[in-house]
Ligand binder design. Structure first.
Ligand code: 5GP
Length: 113
């Protein structure tokens, strides 16, 4: 069965796409937690970072590299931004398809609540 994000990748569910290439897709989060909130996902559906295989290491690096690039493209380069990966139940993961949250546009306090 396809994950929710695979359906977005396949254009079966609409999303506001902000970046796409052969390996990753970035789109705006449907329930933004900051003025700018996007998600970037690998097209290959790794369930979560803890289940990435050794072969996935180049893709993980690429995902992070592109997350920073997309943050810049969304105007967050000057004031800063936060990248978040939720893993498993206590991590707050709700969609079992690896994704990096890109958050910015306001001061993000630390630690998060
Ligand atoms: P998680 O909690 O797994 O780290 O993050 C999942 C994210 O996916 C949440 O921030 C949630 O708002 C977002 N989300 C859930 N369903 C949809 C959807 O249908 N479209 C979009 N664009 N985002 C979604």
């Amino acid at each position: 069965m396809k994950t929710l994000f695979e359906k977005i990748i396949a254009r079966e569910i609409p999303a506001q796409i902000v970046y796409e290439d052969d390996l990753v897709l970035a789109f705006r989060d449907i329930n933004p937690q900051a003025p700018t909130h996007a998600l970037i996902v690998p097209k290959r559906p790794i369930p979560r970072v803890a289940e990435a295989k050794a072969d996935d290491q180049p893709l993980l690096g690429y995902l992070l590299f592109k997350a920073a690039e997309v943050a810049g493209k969304l105007g967050l380069g000057k004031d800063g931004f936060r990248l978040v990966i939720n893993n498993g139940a206590d991590g707050g993961e709700t969609v079992p398809h690896l994704h990096v949250h890109i958050l910015g546009g306001r001061y993000l306090k630390w630690p998060p609540g």
